[in-house]
Design a protein around this ligand. Sequence first.
Ligand SMILES: [Zn+2]
Length: 178
Amino acid sequence: MKLNFKTPILALALAVQTLGVISVEASERVLDAHEHGVSKLKLAQESNTIIFELEAPGNDIVGFEHAAENDDQKSAVNEALSQLQKPELIFVLPADAKCTASNQKAEFETEEDHAGFHVTWTMTCERPAQANAITVRFFEIFERAEEVELEAIGNSGQVAIEVEKGQAKVDISQAIGE
Ligand SMILES: [Zn+2]
């Protein structure tokens, strides 16, 4: 059997897979920028301001990973973007913190083999010490999503949390504070 690989990374991933050193899933992750089922949410606090960035596989949000090709897919992308343009209603900070959302930006980005949603936004809080938890509505809105890897850094330190589907509230007090 003769195999020609277009890219060294593919050859490497397949070689590693053949040797059984790492799982198929892990070797796929070498090729892919993301893992299906897993979104990433990053928060960075600077005094009263918390900047958010969400990266979600297209698979988890609309169920496909290419540019929309028909009316159904176009409306699925548009519907997702309209939800993601109000991200402060998906990852909700406590009302006590008196935060205001701004600079919301949501995009559907497509690459050769994958596609994903990229969302950024800013929360400015009158009482940032109260912004110590997030109510997660992501999994009820996007039913295909399974996990959010959350990383937060702020006035109180930093924390990394794997938020699983079904978890409605996340404590981020180790990171976000006065
Ligand atoms: Zn993908």
